[in-house]
Design a protein around this ligand. Sequence first.
Ligand code: HEC
Ligand code: HEC
Length: 499
Amino acid sequence: MGLGAVTLLIVAVAVIGWLAFLLRNTRVRHRADVPPPNLTPYLTDDDLEVKRLDRVLLSALIAVAVIAIVMPIYYLNEGTRQAAATEHYADVAVERGHEWFIEYQCGNCHGADGGGGGAVFVEARSGLSTTWAAPSIDDVLYRYTVDEARYWIVYGRAGTPMPAWGAEGGGPLNTQQIDELLAYLDSIQIPQSEVLAAVDKRVEIELTRLEGADTAVAAAVTGQEAAIAALEAVPGQYEAIRDLPRRLESLLSDPATCTERSAALFSTSCDGTATDVDRDGLSDAAEINLPALVGQIVASAPVSDARNAIEKLEFDPSLAFTTSSGATPIPDLDSAQLLLTDLATIERDLRLTAGNLDLLLAAAQDGLTAVVAARDARRYAVDIPALAAETFGGDEAQAERAVGLYNAYCARCHTAGYSAGIAFTQEAGSGAMGPSLREGRSVVQFPNIDDHYDFVVGGSTNGVQYGVNGVGRGWMPGFGAMLTEADIMLIVQYERTLP
Ligand code: HEC
Ligand code: HEC
């Protein structure tokens, strides 16, 4: 309760007490049958100056003292009340922003703490499904203003997994919710010292990625070949599996091998007399036959969760539980139910794949062509010694750092396919959401290297000219608060000599 409310309460209690006192006094006087006051000799000083007067004066004194103390405190507090209310409002905005962050699953892609992550995405050039890197956003306000960050949240980033969240962009959130999200983002920004401390680590990750690139792309080729082989095996697998659901049904519901409970799995009744020694709802005859059926599924179906689950099922006419899975024993009837659903899943997946095999194979072949081309072209590769010789006076360590820095901070917008992974990465500076920087483009834009440097430090501003004929949209982040001057200069030198 605020100080104002407390004061008000005290005053109210005092007033009510006083009124009650008056009321009681008049009542008492009325009841007594006395002559009117003007005919009665009044009280003498001695009668009046008694304890009672002292008490009345004392309570008045106390009341004055309370007001004298409370009023200044109230006065002093009043000055900060507005600020406190604003702060409270800001805290609430952060809290609610956190709720939106969770409800709309920003963390699924950007990491639960906003530290960066990835999202499954179909890469447009190859048609292959890949993991698209999502940037860290616990440092986004070091490179973008709040309004620039707001733009991306409202409109998303077309051609990437980042969806539009604001109503203007066709998303689900209103302006207030976006404000709250931004308040939350502001609250999770890491200290600048951590932003700077992360640089070396990020450079190292990029250089390791380059070193392992040939191996990774070769693995992508092998993986795609395996995917094609798996598709080609599907018709045979489907042939081997397609009759099994019917066979399972007849084992559990035909008169020779059913019980009431097993037939009930198929919503029919059982009019047979098969024995069920372990009284688990599956007849002995069914349980003798089930292991062979399970074996056939495991042998024929491609690896999947459903197949793995079926592999664990063991049926034995003298055991009422399937125990081989180790952990909790499952009643046999439940195992039969599980077998039924998982087999249906396997059969359905194989049937759908077999039915669309030509389309799927053609797409997989295109994907293979794309990764084989990536392996042969090695567009991701950078010739460090050559770069060092041309740009850094033969200093390979500087050349390497320049490449690591560019890949860590610029490539996701200026090198096509970079975020989709190494197999999809085109030549450095080939241009993506940001313009191409190859073939001296940045020298054309910034004849003077200092202007180039300044632009990278500050980024672009919507509607403001940059370089000779660039018009900013506020999309190019500023890196002055994230990278040292020396590091930015390395990147700028690298960009100016991109082939
Ligand atoms: C499905 C994955 C996904 C979800 C969900 C998602 N994002 Fe993104 N977001 C991305 C990707 C990917 C990018 C970078 C796109 C690119 O490669 O240019 C991005 C970019 C951004 C950017 C621009 C950062 C920069 O430096 O380029 C901001 C800000 C952002 N997201 C905030 C959010 C917020 C807030 C939410 C939740 C409301 C959210 N994102 C949900 C995938 C996602
Ligand atoms: C989030 C995406 C993004 C990132 C990351 C990014 N840029 Fe840009 N960059 C852009 C966009 C977009 C433009 C065009 C200006 C605009 O639209 O506001 C641009 C423009 C440029 C230009 C001018 C090119 C021209 O010819 O007009 C240079 C130079 C540049 N960026 C360098 C860099 C460097 C260096 C880095 C890394 C330190 C970097 N960029 C990181 C998006 C990005």
